[in-house]
Design a protein around this ligand. Structure first.
Ligand SMILES: Cc1cc2nc3c(=O)[nH]c(=O)nc-3n(C[C@H](O)[C@H](O)[C@H](O)COP(=O)(O)OP(=O)(O)OC[C@H]3O[C@@H](n4cnc5c(N)ncnc54)[C@H](O)[C@@H]3O)c2cc1C
Length: 480
């Protein structure tokens, strides 16, 4: 592994791969870094069998002039040997980005045998940097959400995709995310059972959002087919229901839910208890903006794009010259947008370098497709939106920062004492300063502040992050 590359891509999800493949074959030295053991990002964790390969997109994909369908993307991926000029490093974490596009990267010992066993931290220089770091799940805490057996929808997926393990024989699914139906089908495919899908949205809200899918017939069709397949398998659906408590001594044994009115407020007297060993619950996604913030990139807040996202121009260049961003970090919109943006960002970099792109790349069409995907972004993010009343209703005893064990009561107390910006509340409570570096609680803290103080996101302030954005053994810094 060298210390300088023409282009460094962080993230080998759909966006990172699409970019790498477009950049390949132009004589550039390209480095792709990902902390996952394999390429494919969140959507393709199941393709673990490929260890030394790369993933190729069908060149026909995206030229049909139609919306990119997620199923089509997954089907069109197949392993090939790494294209010439691309070095792909997995299980490596980018910890920080400094001026002159210098990256601090933690690499595993497998790359440098004879190390300390803790890996090494390297400095790598990038001529151009493409950030394609994707998204993670949002959550809405409730009493008992730290009990073993309670997990996010994505965590349940990862268990099955990466390790072939079911969360339990029977899993209860809840929240607001479209991942609910995807997960339920995966559980059934793996011979598990789904107790029920408890969706916080009422059917009327979903129907009201359907016009946003006018350019996304294939996605709407896929969603409808998923529902149909689940109904045929007799999976129970309940709409307008929220989990209010998880019960159990050493692990989950029961889940309490409440019915919701049209505004998302719990309705007294509608509580119901489900016996459960596993609960998978999620409330949409938030962009992984830590590295762009580190690099000094400007952010925008847009609820329709999933909250704080990286600001990019039409060429997908950020506010920092030679730093590009693609995929979920510029707006949560699913795999189709990530694919298109990965290609577009690569084309922009090639143009800057004076390189011609191949005949399979049609920029105006990619731009049109990218704009179209924003309709799906609005649908997805509005579907997953949690009303302020849900944050206001969190009990004082519920932990918000799991690493530092900061409760909702403590957060309420500090807000009442005047700590009403994200930065000041973090310093007053240590919320977000623990082991996970705020991966779970940081977006939550902002949502709570918004709900409890009525301030705008801009008044609360955009999040700030310092290196290292991921935790690594201190020892790894001793062997540069
Ligand atoms: C938990 C989860 C499960 C999902 N499951 C599905 C699904 O089943 N079906 C579906 O259609 N959509 C799913 N999605 C949505 C999915 O994210 C998008 O559809 C799409 O795959 C996004 O592509 P991307 O390239 O923008 O990001 P991602 O696919 O998220 O790829 C980003 C990559 O960046 C890497 N990365 C991030 N930070 C660092 C760092 N500091 N150092 C090194 N590497 C880093 C990550 O490891 C990751 O592989 C899921 C999302 C999440 C969060």
């Amino acid at each position: 592994m060298k210390r300088a590359y023409d282009v460094v891509i962080v993230g080998s999800g759909v966006a990172g791969i699409a970019a790498a493949n477009t950049l390949a074959g132009h004589g550039l030295e390209i480095l792709v870094i990902d902390e996952n053991p394999h390429a494919g990002g969140q959507i393709l964790r199941q393709n673990c069998r490929v260890t030394d390969g790369f993933w190729e997109f069908d060149p026909r994909l995206g030229r049909s002039g139609r919306t990119v369908s997620i199923r089509k993307i997954v089907q069109s991926l197949r392993p090939i040997q790494r294209p010439k000029g691309i070095t792909c490093v997995h299980q490596a974490r980018v910890l920080g980005i400094f001026s002159d596009l210098q990256l601090l990267v933690h690499v595993p010992d497998t790359l440098y045998p004879g190390g300390s066993g803790s890996g090494r931290v390297l400095e790598i220089d990038a001529g151009y940097l493409l950030l394609a770091t994707g998204a993670r799940e949002r959550c809405l805490p409730f009493k008992g959400w730290t009990l073993p057996g309670v997990m996010s929808l994505g965590a349940a997926q990862i268990l099955m995709k990466s390790s072939g393990i079911l969360p339990a024989r029977k899993t209860l699914i809840a929240g607001t995310s479209p991942l609910q139906t995807v997960l339920a089908l995966e559980i059934l495919k793996n011979k598990g059972n789904v107790t029920a899908i408890l969706d916080e949205n009422h059917l009327t809200k979903k129907l009201g959002l359907l016009p946003l899918l006018k350019h996304h017939g294939s996605l709407a069709g896929e969603g409808a087919m998923q529902m149909l397949r689940l109904l045929i398998r007799q999976v129970r659906f309940r709409q307008g229901v929220r989990v209010t408590e998880a019960r159990g001594k050493n692990g989950l044994s029961a889940v309490v839910t409440a019915g919701l009115d049209r505004k998302g407020n719990t309705v007294p007297g509608t509580f119901q208890t489900y016996p459960a060993r596993a609960l998978a619950v999620g409330h949409g996604f938030t962009a992984n903006i830590e590295l762009p913030v580190q690099a000094g990139c400007a952010l925008d807040y847009d609820a329709d794009r999933g909250g704080w996202v990286v600001r990019v121009d039409d060429a997908l260049e950020t506010s920092v010259a030679e730093v590009y961003a693609a995929g979920e970090i510029t707006g949560i919109a699913g795999a189709g947008k990530s694919f298109v943006e990965g290609k577009l960002a690569a084309v922009s970099i090639l143009e800057k370098l004076g390189e011609k792109t191949g005949p399979d790349v049609c920029v105006p069409e990619l731009v049109r497709m990218q704009k179209q995907q924003m309709g799906y972004a609005s649908f997805l993010n509005q579907l997953c939106q949690v009303p302020s009343s849900a944050y206001e209703a969190i009990d004082d005893e519920v932990l918000i920062c799991r690493c530092e064990e900061i409760s909702m009561g403590e957060i309420r107390k500090q807000i009442s004492q005047g700590f009403v910006t994200g930065g000041s509340l973090k310093k007053a409570t240590r919320c977000g300063m623990g082991r996970c570096q705020g991966r779970i609680c940081q977006p939550l803290l902002f949502d709570i502040l918004q709900a409890l103080t009525g301030q705008t996101p801009e008044q609360i302030g955009s999040p700030s992050f310092r290196a290292p954005v991921k935790n690594v053994p201190l020892e790894s810094f001793l062997h540069p």
